[in-house]
Design a protein around this ligand. Sequence first.
Ligand SMILES: [Mn+2]
Length: 322
Amino acid sequence: MSDFSRINEILEGSKTVIVAGHVNPDPDCMGSSLAVCSILRSMGKDVYLYRSDKYPYNGAFLENSDSASETVPDFEPDLYFVLDSAAPERTGEAFFAKLSASKSRKILFDHHRHKENGFYDAEVSDEGASATAAIVYRWAKSIGHVLTKGEAEDICFGIFGDTGGLRYASTDKEALFIVSELAETINYGDFCSQFFETLPENWFAMFAEVIQSMEKYRDGKVVFFATTLDQLNRFNLAIDEIDPFVEEIRRIGTVKIIFRIREVEAGKVWKFSVRSRGNIDCIPIAQKFGGGGHKNAAGFTFYGTLDEGRKAVLEIAETLDL
Ligand SMILES: [Mn+2]
């Protein structure tokens, strides 16, 4: 169990709280942020929830999913509560400028590999946690908070996000235990349907095109695929909606590691996602390009052309012990 005493001490002396996650929020970021906001509000705190970008489309069913603001608030809170964001810069450029200049207290719940750098007044960072949402659950339990249905769904959403619906290697006993506990409060069948079965039909059309152009190396153990802004336009899809492509491709039996490159600024800025199976560590690969993440799922931003991006990761892929 984590030690939340310092966190609770700081919370006790704070009335106004700004809660924030990381850029390109994923389900864990969204779920843990919403759950923390709800719990803090039940404690009587004034909470402002900030998000740098849109939340994942399949989280729209979550309670208060529309309560987050994309405006960096102009007031100083007593406390900043950051979630799922190892490096404070990951909260986004505009928010980080405010956060780093502020003398207010700052706390963090996170589960990415990182070195403590004294930025936060208190943090619970546990790389062993399947999701930041699992840490939120531990905290709620430790203070005797009884989760509402909405909060239980938030936490389940976070854990499902980072464990692929309890399928990835990151799924541990705790994740299974927490979800089994949450299933007493939520309608599990409905929840799974909301999480997995809300894809727009166009998604399959674009996926078919992506599969056609996917490249395989090293006897199919290495896969490289790209998605472009033009495709998003043609298929009328948002960038977060195509996130599951990489999870689907990971289901191909021969695949050990996947490099997905996603165009974010025409022809020059790309988001790389690296997904692996088993013991292949994605973190050092992402770190080479200034990124980070988890052992089986990491990411980084690449500046250059698509060909340069391809070449850079395939050179690394050649050296991997697969
Ligand atoms: Mn996470």
